[in-house]
Design a binder for this molecule. Structure first.
Ligand code: XIL
Length: 359
């Protein structure tokens, strides 16, 4: 079958990526990665809890194994993630005596310093690996999931995370300025899920607009695109258009990236906050039918993405196969999930054909 990176590359998508961990760097999974993708995102190994589990102790081993794979195969890397509220150790938000950081000047200074120490340590490590400046990491998620799903009292309905509680909206500015200082050659992205939801879209772009107006060095906007059949493709299409319009209005170039694409075959992920307690269910008891519907969804989704190939620099699938999707285990076991272009046996699914053959 044709390689995804060839088909999508010819349509103007420069980076065609997949979420990986070490399991996919050997054997048949590695062959599949090399055939179909020219980029990957470390699924978990670049997250704060992986890189700095305790203060001042940096553990780059797992990330290094992925970078070894990138070097050996000539694959680009999308960095994930510098600043996040999730998969971030508790110590980050505590004083040395274990009490919670407040928004006092001393605590704010400590948290800002920790942010800098973390970002600088990653940059130092990468620069030591690549003294000639040939790092495969072309981009970073600088901040992830900073907008809440519903309404709240914060500007832009920002998520009431520990980062926000201690530092306010400016933590995002600070993160981008540090990322720009320490990774001057990488493209710097904000990233979030549910960006296709009309209300969240407005909040997300409101924040991006403020960042641009404050002179924050942001290069682009990420859409995780964890979607499902209940979510009209038109919504993501509208969000992609809205980013293009914002870029034109502000006179500030904004790249777009589809960072974590999967199409769930469960119901009711759509209107809900993905953190809500409403448990998603099987979309249909017929798994083959769900797979076919998934293929049609991918077909329609990529028809929309192709309309925006001028601004979309990267499309990343969140996992190489249905055997490896996070949706089968999160937020509780869902063994029926078939959200990706390759099946448990690494054979193509209807989703694959939806991407490559829109007929
Ligand atoms: C997920 C991983 O796929 C899982 O293996 C892990 O247990 C939890 O995190 N948004 C993100 C990703 O930005 O980092 C998440 O990845 C999925 C949601």
């Amino acid at each position: 079958v044709p390689a995804l990176k060839d088909v999508l590359g010819a349509q103007g998508f420069e980076h065609v990526g997949v979420a990986l961990d070490q399991r996919e760097t050997t054997g048949r999974p590695a062959q599949l990665v090399q055939k179909h993708f020219n980029a990957f995102t470390p699924e978990n190994d670049g997250k704060p809890e992986s890189v700095q589990p305790t203060e001042g102790t940096f553990t780059f081993g797992n990330l290094d194994r992925l970078l070894d794979f990138a070097d050996a195969t000539g694959t680009q890397v999308y960095g994930h993630v510098l600043v996040w509220h999730s998969q971030t150790p508790a110590w980050v938000f505590q004083r040395p005596d274990g009490t919670p950081l407040t928004n006092s000047p001393a605590d704010r200074a400590l948290l800002e310093q920790r942010m800098e120490t973390h970002i600088k340590a990653i940059a130092d490590h990468v620069n030591a690996r690549y003294p000639d400046g040939n790092s495969p990491i072309w981009a970073w998620d600088v901040v992830n999931e900073v907008i809440a799903d519903g309404d709240n009292a914060n500007p832009h309905d920002m998520r009431d995370s520990r980062w926000f509680q201690v530092l306010g909206e400016g933590f995002v500015d600070h993160a981008f300025r540090l990322a720009d200082q320490y990774f001057p050659d990488a493209k710097l992205f904000i990233n979030d899920y549910n960006t296709e939801m009309p209300e969240k879209r407005a909040d997300y772009l409101g924040l991006v607009s403020s960042l641009i107006e404050r002179g924050v060095p942001i290069d682009g906007v990420g859409h995780q695109a964890h979607v499902d059949f209940g979510r009209p493709v038109q919504w993501l299409d509208d969000s992609l258009t809205a980013v293009e319009e914002l870029s034109a209005q502000e006179g500030h170039p904004l790249a777009q990236v589809i960072t974590e694409l999967d199409v769930s075959t469960s119901t009711e992920m759509a209107s809900a906050d993905v953190n809500s307690t409403g448990a998603p269910e099987r979309a249909t008891p017929d798994d083959a039918a769900a797979g076919v519907e998934n293929g049609y969804y991918y077909r329609d989704l990529f028809a929309a993405l192709r309309e925006h190939s001028g601004s979309i620099e990267s499309v990343t699938f969140w996992g190489i196969s249905n055997a490896r999707t996070w949706l089968r285990t999160w937020p509780y076991p869902r063994p029926w999930e078939r959200p990706l272009p390759f099946d448990d046996d690494l054979q193509v699914t209807p989703a694959y054909w939806g991407v490559v053959d829109p007929s």
